[in-house]
Design a protein around this ligand. Structure first.
Ligand code: DGL
Length: 274
């Protein structure tokens, strides 16, 4: 079982920013990635739809005999909170690991959270932070223009459009005095440099992909599921829309070239009952 792959999914490409962190934290693990590119974005859909999609995505990964499932999607992790309870393998989303990391990093207890509209409306990060630390002040902001900016390659820190959008969303959080900012959507690490450049380096950015990779390593260890192999793991990529051009944009998220081509699958064939 420990040689089995880790299943990672997202509504699209954003979860690849988490895969990048998995490759550095757990280089010997095999990964099966599913990006629901045919149905992205999830962030402005109803919770019923997001839960149905999340179950289908997990069901697809289970067909690959994965030993663990990771929802590398802030929206799924925030809305489909019960997903782990219906799966036969260990599961994590990105909210708890990222919130715990932010709680460790803040010094003044003022934490900003940015994410999709569904993530922010769920108050998932705020609830998780305030459950353990009721004294924390959590400032939430949805940033619906960030995902289309990233998907269209608008990521450069010197691009005036990018800077204006970041400034518009983040100025109220900076004015509120946050010292820590949770990048609560897996697309946002791609804008990390631009965000830092606009809001300054006094605010610590917390990347959900990195924290989730570290947390997943802990779960695998606790369950004796770490791959003991010393050789580099493999990554397989599946998408629900045409893979044309996927490799080019995927390289941006992964921070390196893809070794294998992505394969298109029909996600609607997978049942959505847990
Ligand atoms: N990757 C999604 C997330 O982390 C953002 C894209 C979407 O709206 O589906 O929330």
């Amino acid at each position: 079982m420990s040689n089995a792959p880790i299943g990672v999914f997202d509504s699209g490409l954003g979860g690849l920013s988490a895969v990048r962190e998995f490759l550095s934290v757990l280089p010997c693990e095999n990964i099966v990635y599913f990006g629901d590119t045919g149905r992205v974005p999830y962030g402005n859909r109803s919770s019923v739809t997001i839960k149905k999609y999340a179950l289908q995505d997990a069901e697809f990964l289970l067909k690959h005999n994965v030993k663990m499932i990771v929802a590398a999607c802030g929206t799924v992790s925030s809305v489909a909170k019960d997903l782990g309870g219906v799966l036969p393998v260990p599961y994590t989303g990105v909210v708890s690991p990222t919130a715990f990391a932010a709680a460790e990093k803040t010094k003044n207890g003022k934490i900003g959270v940015i994410g999709t509209t569904a993530t922010i409306n769920s108050h998932s990060y705020r609830n998780c932070l305030n459950k353990k630390h009721p004294e924390f002040r959590v400032y939430e902001q949805d940033c619906p223009l960030f995902v289309p900016l990233v998907e269209n390659g608008f990521i450069n820190k010197d691009d005036q459009i990018v800077r204006l959008v970041i400034k518009r969303y983040l100025t109220p959080l900076v004015d509120a005095g946050i010292d820590t900012l949770i990048l609560g959507c897996t697309h946002y690490p791609i804008l990390r440099e631009a965000i830092s450049s606009v809001i300054g380096d006094k605010v610590t950015l917390v990347d959900s992909g990195m924290e989730t990779a570290i947390y997943s390593a802990k779960i695998l260890k606790e369950n004796n599921l770490l791959n003991e192999s010393k050789s580099k793991g493999t990554c397989k990529f599946y998408v629900s829309d045409t893979p044309d051009g996927f490799e080019n944009i995927a390289g941006l998220f992964l921070g390196r070239e893809m070794e294998h081509k992505a394969e298109q699958i029909s996600i609607e064939e997978f049942k959505s009952k847990g």
